[in-house]
Design a protein around this ligand. Structure first.
Ligand SMILES: [Zn+2]
Ligand SMILES: [Zn+2]
Ligand SMILES: [Zn+2]
Length: 460
């Protein structure tokens, strides 16, 4: 195993060197410049030093398509939570030797999964790298409470991959069904700057000072006076005396009671029942009513099966209808479909049980995609899949042959019924589909044609 060793200082303990040697080959590279040659040979990077330096290196590495997915092991003298969550394995310097077996296993696992991915053609997008990161690390993207960030949360695992706001990027990937978000926490943000560093405070409704306090009220039965407890207090004693009739109060419940509490403002002297909640943002220093606080849900993101396909293939630009369908449907493989058709043919021969094979051809999706955004195309394909699903029966067997052809086996169905089912389906589809996209159906009801279909598939 070859290790690229990056250290930001030279006070390296002998045990660390011994451990590096134990892995096999290691070569120490000067951290100042990004050594591509050394990285291209390495099975893993072991990096030690201060947090800022490690993160800086990691941000450069993860943005380089070629090296983005190299396993990274960080070694530090003092623990840093953000670094710990950013790298593939984290060890304090003294733990490094004893963790070597585990580290080797992790490196081997990641690299095995790295090798199983299709090679990338050219520079990969940030999204592809994030998907590949999730596939090769078998992990999800977890939010970490982080006081150093604006929203109070960060995603140290994937932030090194991207330039833009991580929350926006993850939300978009989730909207595109590449990731699946799960609620973790709700944060309150400043409506002006988006900061979570807010000071909520109860203030006086009259002068807006936070210098208020709460007190019991006392009701003196004898004269009917009601006022805050402090009005009854005699300084330097424990005694309570009514400020109105000047009688000493004796027993609670007998000559007086405490019916409620009230707030007193120590700035303007106002007395009130409910304070107002105001918020000051520590970032932009504005003050606003608590009702105007923005609410934001922090999520943990895991990869969807669709995201896994996209990540493995390494491209996202072109959506294929058959792949989208497979996410909405229990489609069958072409081999299984063939078996079922052959089985239906023998049932028909022997017992006269009718069946129909239908072929649906879709034209123009590729052209539509060339003109439209990824999101719009995905939405269109998703809805078309939904219509297919709703208008077929549970017993119908669907095979998404390629991005233009769908085969359907309708068992126990006459040609007349099949025609009805299909024309209803086409009717629904054509109402919804954009102008550029056209659908044609064909019922294949003789064996010669079925064989012909099988002979040409699944090429086109
Ligand atoms: Zn006041
Ligand atoms: Zn009184
Ligand atoms: Zn603010």
């Amino acid at each position: 195993m070859k290790i690229c060793f990056v250290s930001y200082d030279d006070k390296i303990p002998n045990e660390t060197y011994d451990t590096l040697e134990w892995f096999g080959d290691y070569y120490k590279v000067p951290p100042e410049h990004f050594n591509r040659e050394a990285l291209s040979m390495a099975d893993a990077v072991v990096i030690r030093g201060e947090s800022e330096r490690i993160l800086d290196f990691l941000y450069r590495l993860r943005k380089t398509s070629e090296f983005a997915l190299i396993p990274v092991i960080a070694v530090q003298e003092e623990e840093d939570e953000v670094v710990r969550h950013s790298v593939d394995f984290y060890a304090l310097e003294y733990e490094f030797p004893e963790k070597k077996l585990l580290i080797r296993d992790i490196i081997e696992d990641i690299n095995k999964r790295n090798k199983a991915l299709y090679p990338l053609r050219g520079e990969a997008s940030e999204e592809i790298l994030i998907l590949r990161y999730l596939i090769t690390r078998k992990t999800s993207i977890k939010p970490l409470i982080n006081i150093r960030t604006l929203k109070g949360y960060s995603y140290p695992q994937v932030e090194p991959f991207i330039d833009e706001d991580v929350f926006i990027a993850l939300q978009r990937m989730s909207k595109n069904k590449l990731l699946n978000g799960k609620f973790v926490d709700r944060v309150h943000l400043c409506p002006f700057c988006g900061s979570a560093h807010l000071n909520f405070k109860e203030v006086c409704p009259k002068c807006k000072s936070a210098n208020i306090h709460i007190e019991d009220t006392i009701h003196h039965f004898r004269c009917g006076y009601v006022g805050p407890e402090s009005d009854f207090e005699i300084p330097g004693t424990d005694e309570l005396v009514c400020p109105k009739c000047h009688k000493k109060l004796r027993h609670i419940g007998i000559d007086y009671d405490k019916p409620s509490q009230m707030y007193l403002c120590d700035s303007c002297g106002d007395v009130f029942e409910e304070p107002v909640v105001e918020v000051t943002c520590f970032n932009c220093k504005r003050t606003f009513d608590a009702n105007h606080v923005a609410v934001f849900d922090v999520k943990e993101y895991s990869i969807t099966s669709y995201g896994e396909n996209v990540g493995k293939l390494g491209f996202i630009e072109k959506l294929k209808f058959d792949e989208v369908i497979k996410n909405y449907f229990n489609t069958v493989s072409f081999e299984f479909f063939k078996t079922m058709v052959n089985y239906s043919m023998s049932l028909e021969k022997r017992y006269g049980r009718k069946f129909v094979v239908a072929k649906i051809r879709i034209y123009g999706m590729e052209e539509f995609q060339r003109e439209e955004t990824y999101e719009k195309t995905f939405e269109m394909m998703k809805n078309a899949s939904q219509i297919l699903k709703e208008n077929l029966r549970d017993t119908d067997i669907v095979c998404a042959l390629n991005d233009k052809t769908i085969l359907i086996l309708l068992p126990e169905t006459s040609k007349k019924t099949a025609t009805k089912v299909l024309s209803r389906l086409i009717g629904k589809l054509s109402v919804f589909l954009p102008q550029e996209v056209a659908v044609k159906t064909e019922i294949i009801d003789n064996y010669a044609e079925v064989s012909k279909l099988f002979a040409e598939a699944p090429k086109q």
